[in-house]
Design a binder for this molecule. Structure first.
Ligand code: SF4
Length: 385
C-alpha cells in the first residue's frame, strides 16, 4: 500500500482524575499501576509503526484524551523523544497537548514546552463555578484562569481554550460572560462546542429523571450567533463551525482531519485514516496492552471506503470550514464526473441559503455554518457510486 507523504499523529491517553458528568469519551480513573503499563504499551505500538512509516514526515502531533497531563511530565517528555527517534518529525511540527486546569502548574508546563510541546489546549469549559459544578469538572473558574497564567509564564505562545455552550439553564447573558472572560485572556485559539448529553452519563441520567432540561433551540441559535459576532469583532477568524483562531493560529492537526488528510492514531480507541482505509484501535486498556505486547494488531474495526463515499465524506467535512471545498483538488483526486454528480446537491443548498457556489469552490454561508448538520448531511446522504 503506498504511503502518504505526510503524517498527522494522534496519541490517546484514556485516564482522568474524575469522570465529568457529560463525558462519554474513552476515559476513566486509572487503577494503580495502569498508567505505567499503558505508557509502555503505547511505546510498543510506536515501535510497531516506526518501520512502516519511515521517511514520512510528521507535521503534527496531538496528545489527547482523557487527560494527558495526568502523567508526570517526564513521561510525556520521554514519549516525545521516542516519537522523534521513531518517526521523521518536522522541525516546525505543531505539537499539541491537551491539559485540564487542576493538573498543571508553571513548572510542569515549563518542562512540557522544553520537551517540544508548542501548543496547549486547555479544557476550561466555563468561567462560572455553578456551570463547572453542573459539568462535574475538577476545577474552579479561578483555577482555569491560573492555569492560563501559568501557561503564559511558562512561555506558551499558542494557547487554545475549550468552552462548552448550551448548558441546561444557560442564558445569552451567562454565555456572553464566558465568551468575554475567555477573550479577555487573549488565547490564540478558542473551541466552542455545543453540549451533548449522551445516555449513560451522569447528566444523561439526570435528563431521564427530569432534573434538567436541554437548552431550547431558540437560545441555542442566539448563543451561536452571539459567539460568532463577539469573537469575530475581537479579531478571531471563525474558521470552522466550532473553532475560532487569531490569524495564523488555526489548529493544523484538526485541519488535517477536515481537509481529508491522512493520520495515524495510537493508543486505545484511536482512529486512523490512510489511503482510503480507516480503522479504530481496541477500546479497552487490558486488551490493547495484551495485544500490543504480543506484537499483534490492535485494530478493532477497519474498512475501505469506495471513492464515491470518500468524496461525500470529504465534502461533509469541507463545508464545516469557512474555506469550503476546493473543487479543483477534488476533481483531480476523484475525477470531474464524480464531483459534477454532486452539483445538484450543492445547488439545492445554495437555494436554501446554506452554500455559496462558484466554479471551483463550494463554501458555507454564515447560515450554512449555523445549520451545518443539515448542510453536511445533504452531501453525505446524496446518492452516488
Ligand atoms: S476531562 Fe475530558 S475526557 Fe476526562 S472525564 Fe472530563 S470530559 Fe471526559
Amino acid at each position: 500500500m503506498p504511503l502518504p507523504q505526510f503524517l498527522a499523529l494522534y496519541l490517546h491517553f484514556p485516564f482522568c482524575a474524575h469522570k465529568c458528568a457529560y463525558c462519554d469519551f474513552n476515559s476513566h480513573v486509572p487503577t494503580p499501576g495502569e498508567q505505567a503499563v499503558y505508557l509502555q504499551a503505547l511505546g510498543q505500538e510506536i515501535a510497531l509503526w516506526a518501520e512502516a512509516v519511515q521517511g514520512r514526515e510528521v507535521q503534527t502531533i496531538y496528545f489527547g484524551g482523557g487527560t494527558p497531563t495526568l502523567y508526570p511530565v517526564r513521561d510525556l517528555a520521554a514519549l516525545l523523544d521516542l516519537l522523534r527517534e521513531s518517526f521523521t518529525v518536522s522541525p516546525d511540527a505543531e505539537i499539541t497537548c491537551e491539559a485540564n486546569p487542576g493538573t498543571v502548574d508553571e513548572r510542569y508546563l515549563r518542562t512540557l514546552f522544553a520537551a517540544g510541546v508548542n501548543r496547549l489546549s486547555l479544557g476550561v469549559q466555563s468561567f462560572q463555578d455553578e456551570e463547572l459544578c453542573l459539568l462535574g469538572r475538577i476545577h474552579t473558574a479561578d483555577e482555569a484562569i491560573m492555569a492560563m497564567a501559568c501557561a503564559r509564564a511558562a512561555g506558551c505562545q499558542n494557547l487554545s481554550l475549550d468552552l462548552i455552550a448550551g448548558l441546561p439553564g444557560q442564558t445569552l447573558d451567562t454565555w456572553g460572560k464566558n465568551i468575554r472572560a475567555a477573550a479577555v485572556l487573549t488565547p490564540e485559539h478558542l473551541s466552542c462546542y455545543g453540549l451533548s448529553i449522551p445516555k449513560g452519563t451522569a447528566l444523561g441520567e439526570r435528563l431521564v429523571r427530569g432534573e434538567i432540561e436541554p437548552l431550547d433551540e431558540e437560545t441555542s441559535v442566539e448563543i451561536w450567533e452571539c459567539t460568532d459576532r463577539t469573537l469575530t469583532a475581537m479579531g478571531y477568524q471563525h474558521y470552522e463551525v466550532s473553532n475560532f483562531a487569531r490569524p495564523g493560529f488555526q489548529c493544523r492537526h484538526n485541519l488535517t482531519y477536515w481537509r481529508g488528510g491522512e493520520y495515524l492514531g495510537l493508543g486505545v480507541s484511536a482512529a486512523s485514516y490512510w489511503q482510503g482505509r480507516r480503522w479504530t484501535n481496541l477500546a479497552e486498556v487490558p486488551a490493547y496492552v495484551k495485544r500490543v505486547t504480543a506484537g499483534q494488531s490492535v485494530v478493532e474495526e477497519a474498512e475501505s471506503l469506495p471513492a464515491g463515499e470518500r468524496l461525500r465524506e470529504r465534502l461533509m467535512l469541507a463545508v464545516r470550514m469557512a474555506e469550503g471545498a476546493d473543487l479543483l483538488a477534488l476533481r483531480a483526486e476523484f475525477g470531474a464526473p464524480a464531483v459534477a454528480a454532486l452539483t445538484p446537491v450543492a445547488e439545492e443548498m445554495q437555494a436554501a441559503g446554506l452554500l455559496e457556489v462558484a466554479a471551483d469552490l463550494w463554501r458555507p454561508t454564515r447560515q450554512g455554518m449555523l445549520l451545518n448538520n443539515q448542510l453536511g448531511l445533504a452531501f453525505l446522504a446524496a446518492s452516488g457510486e
